[in-house]
Design a protein around this ligand. Structure first.
Ligand code: PAF
Length: 278
């Protein structure tokens, strides 16, 4: 497996792959890899001739300085894991390599980036779009794989691909969970034991909510979810919204439209997100 730090060298490696008509699958990550990331890599290995992964903690998508400082970093361990699942090359650029000059581009995604994560993490999705568009430009992948834990991110990336007229196919992949239901996340390793113990309440409560949709309206269900999670005494719900699957706008009632509940919860100093389809 190649480990490459420079854009030019990575682009050259990819040009070489494409010259021999190989399809390229790409998994962008911020490292601290877990089974969720590895499931994306495995899917790419199954579907594409060459699989490349980027490991880059992108500063422009962090609206909270401490979150950026505390974000777990373990590139050597990540590379070992990637090699074990058949990844062909890892791109590990420095911040200077990715941003030789500040990226001043401002993306506009209509309402998609104004709600939920967009509302609570100002500038976050603009930073995601900046780095993913730069990475797509270097890699020019046939397919790119994203986890559905970041449901809103997937919607934003799809909109960005459309706006920029890129050819890459976005492949959303299912959430991978711990045995107790907690969605796998690099931030889970930052949880103090008492918070880790109650964190599965998030998924358990969302799941129970899906069984109650014939009895309660979406706004009532959101209230119930918040109360149930906050009753742990340790978890604090930042927001929970039941929204239309495509537009991400809150829904008033459960009809035929596909809906999804998205949630952000503070577990001490760690912010966790999750979602569930209705
Ligand atoms: O989902 C992530 O880990 C990041 O937002 C991404 C897509 C790698 C961009 O930095």
């Amino acid at each position: 497996m190649h480990v490459i730090e420079k854009k030019a060298e990575f682009a050259e490696y990819l040009a070489h792959c494409r010259a021999s008509n190989k399809t390229v699958g790409f998994v962008p990550t911020m490292g601290a890899l877990h089974e969720g990331h590895l499931s994306l890599v495995k899917r790419s290995v199954e579907e594409c001739d060459v699989t490349v992964v980027s490991v880059f903690v992108n500063p422009t998508q962090f609206n909270d300085k401490n979150d950026l400082l505390n974000y777990p970093r373990c590139v050597e361990k990540d590379c070992k894991l990637l090699e074990s699942v058949g990844c062909n090359a890892v791109f590990t650029p420095s911040v200077e390599e990715m941003y030789p000059e500040p990226d001043t581009r401002v993306f506009s995604f209509g309402t998609l980036d104004k709600v939920m994560e967009g509302e609570h993490r100002p500038g976050h999705f603009n930073g995601v779009a900046q780095v993913v568009s730069k990475l797509f430009d270097i890699v020019k992948p046939d397919k790119a794989y994203f986890g559905l834990k970041d449901f809103q991110q997937v919607a934003i990336i799809k909109a960005m691909v459309k706006q920029l007229g890129l050819k890459v196919q976005i492949v959303p992949c299912p959430i991978v969970r711990e045995a107790d239901g907690l969605a796998k996340s690099s931030r889970n390793m930052l949880l103090e034991p008492e918070y880790r113990a109650v964190a599965p309440t998030i998924h358990k409560t969302l799941y129970e909510a899906t069984t109650m949709k014939n009895d309660l309206r979406p706004d009532q269900l959101c209230e119930w979810i918040t109360k149930t999670i906050d009753a742990t005494g340790l978890l604090k719900t930042e927001y929970v919204q039941i929204v239309n699957f495509e537009t991400l706008m809150p829904i008033d009632s459960f009809g035929n439209e596909k809906a999804i509940a998205c949630i952000a919860v503070w577990a001490g100093k760690v912010r966790l997100i999750d979602n569930i389809e209705f």
